[in-house]
Structures are given as C-alpha cells and as structure tokens.
Design a protein around this ligand. Sequence first.
Ligand code: P5A
Length: 437
Amino acid sequence: MKRSDYFIPTLKENPKEAEIVSHRYMLRAGMMKQTSAGIYAWLPLGLKVLKKIENIVREEQNKAGALEVLMPTIQPEELWRESGRTDAYGKEMLRIKDRHDRDMLYGPTNEEMITDIFRSYIYSYKELPKILYHIQWKFRDEVRPRFGVMRGREFLMKDAYSFDLTPELAQISYQKMLLAYVRTFARMGVKAIPMQAETGPIGGKLSHEFILLGKNGESKVFAHKDWMEKDMAAPGVSYDDTEALQKYCDGLTEIYAATEDIHDPATCSIPAEELVETRGIEIGHIFYYDSKYSDSMNSRIQNEKGELVPWYGGSYGIGVSRLVGGIIEASHDESGIIWPEEIAPFDVGLINLRVGDEACDKACKDIYQQLQAAGKDVLYDDRNSGAGEKFADMDLIGLPWQIVIGPKGLKNNVAEIKNRKTGEKREVALSEIVSIF
Ligand code: P5A
C-alpha cells in the first residue's frame, strides 16, 4: 500500500482526552476516531489490526472444536425475562423500543439467545458436546467509558457457549477453552495469566479472568514472580486427550494470580514470598454456570435412558477490541507502538527519503514490487515530506521492520534496515533485501 493512496490521519500532538498510552497512540496513529463517548469508528490501520486479532481468535476457537455462528446485536427483551436477568445489567443495558412498541435491547452478552437457539434444535445427548461461538459487537452503557477501546460502550467480543450432558463433561469443555485462550494470546505475542475470579452477572460456580499484566491495568493483582518465564502454551497437549488436558489445567495453578478483592494473597496457593504485586487488564473471562440457563429457560435434553434432563454449560469471552489497546499497553516505547509480528497491520514499512529523485523512486518501486510478489504486506511511504516526519510516523505506527532508501546508500547499492523492537539498524545490499523477509 502506498501511503499517498492510503488513509492514516496521524496526529503530532498528544490528544488531551487520552489518559493512557494505548489510547494516545491509537489516536495519534490514526487507527480510530471517537464518535460518541465510548464508541469508536475504526479507520483502515486500526481495522487491519482488529481483523488480525479477530482471525487468530477464530482460528484457535476452531482448532478447539468450537463452531462459529453469528447472532444479531439486537435482542428481544422477552428472552431475558425468561432467564430473570432483565435487571442484572441495570443501566448498562441499552433498551430500545421498536415501532410496534416491543421491548428490544442491544445485547451486552448472548447467553439467553444461544440457549434459545440450542433448545430449538438440540434434543438428545447424542448431539453433545457442542461449543458455539460468535464474534459480534456488544453494548454496555458503562458509567465511565475510558481508556479508549479498553473500556468502551460498544465493543467487539468473542463469546463462546458450551453445552454438555453432565457437570464432569462440562469441565472438559471449560478446560478446552482455557487452553485455547492460552494459545490464542501466545500467538498474539502477549502473556495473559488465568486467574480465579468472581462470576458477577453471568452467574455460576467457577470463573477465570485472563489478565494481561501491565502497569496501566485497571485492577491490582498478585502473580507468581516468575510468571514471565513460565511457558503455558502446552504444545504437546491435544484437545481430544482429556487426561492431558486435566493435568495441564491442574498444573496452571502454580502461576495463578490473585486479585486484591477476591483472594487475599495470604490464601493464594502460591507462597507469599513468591508473589509480586502488579496491575492487570482483563482480556478474557470464562465462566462455568452449571445448569443455570438450562433451568431458567426450561431447556431440556434426553439422556441415555430417555429421561429429560438439564444440560450443563459455560460461557467464554474475549475482549477483541480491548485487545488492540491491551497489546499496545504491553508493547510500546516512547516513540510509539511496537506490534508483535502476527498482528502488525503491515509486515514492513518502506521509506523513500528523496521522493522525486529518479534513483530513489526506482529502487523503492522495485523493492516494493518484489516484496509484494513475495507475499509481504508493505506500507510504502512515498509522500513528498521530510525525513524526520517519515521516521517519526513509521516508529509511531510500529511495523516490525523498516527499510530506508536514500541517495547516500544507493551510491553503494544498499538500504538501511531497522528492527522496530530492538532498534537495531544495518545496511543490506538492495539485491538481498527480499530474501531477508
Ligand atoms: C463470557 C462470554 C461475558 O460477558 N458472556 C459471554 C460472558 N463476560 S465478560 O467478562 O463480561 O466480558 C468478556 C470480555 O469482554 C471484554 N469487555 C470489554 N471490552 C471493552 N469494553 C468494555 N466495556 C468491556 N466489557 C467487557 C473483556 O475483555 C471481558 O473479559
């Protein structure tokens, strides 16, 4: 993509309303624009990152055996009357009346709707287990939307729902999602710790929050001091091997963190001297809610004996839009964002230091075309502006690699290559550039 054809409205000044670094950088890098408090329009660069995150979430859900559906954002309130949750979200729930005066709402979550879908079609234990998920916008009229996409009113969530015949089988679905989450976040280049948590308005018996540790986190947490070194992704464990899955989940307790509210660090399974206090951002939350929605919404299935029995379920959320901000919180420096490779909006940035100079233009065009032919997504800064501005913009946008082409280097047939994360720069012969990436 040529920068001159693209749309990245970068800002030089720090926007006043942005209190934390991710919000500042998202606005300054022209990734999104606020349209109402806590509601954002995603601009091309921001949308690219959002889609990359969404796709990793989707691929890992599919690998764990979850099936994708797409439910609407607008729901009939009737379903919530059945579950008895009409008031569970209080003023956070945005209620709407349609032209026939029917009570509708913009969904803050989808337990009721998925239960209604399930009970309409699935009657026998033979069709279980099932995990259904979707990636859809939610609305919660937060009292204090803040920190940009981190606490929005409209936000993108991946929410999955599991259905099993017994509580024991439901545990396996829960464990599958737990492992899928660890793998999902590892692919995004961030480490999130599963931490036992309260179930809140979702209800139920067991829940884990996935906490991305960082100094701007909303809640205070305690984690094992070696949390960064502990490998959690469990490469050998298969989703079909229930024994290995169980063992894996049991093993995780050694790095569980605890929040101030829920666990007194003194009661945590980790000895006090091995705990460190830090802050965290909740990027995912999983719940086991037993037969709560099966019972309240009168949804029954047949067991092996032909009896009508409840099913046991859980729900599993990931804050997809929150992750964009969360990852920036975890990966940035004073010049801007440092995207982990898998979610970077482009693979490489190409800077032409002297637009209009025949040799520079030609070398850039050649490298741009060669990289594209090799399947790389390149952002080519071909604007006729100063070198300082181009460097600053490229650092702010945070692509993993930069290639800089200028008249000096071209005399020796070389370009400068910079790694955004390490800052390391080196000269590379023009003919070798493509083979590096
Ligand atoms: C789990 C899936 C649920 O709603 N029902 C379906 C369950 N859980 S949750 O913890 O309330 O939300 C799941 C994740 O969504 C993100 N999130 C938000 N992101 C941005 N702005 C918000 N206002 C917001 N509220 C929740 C979080 O990442 C949370 O873990």
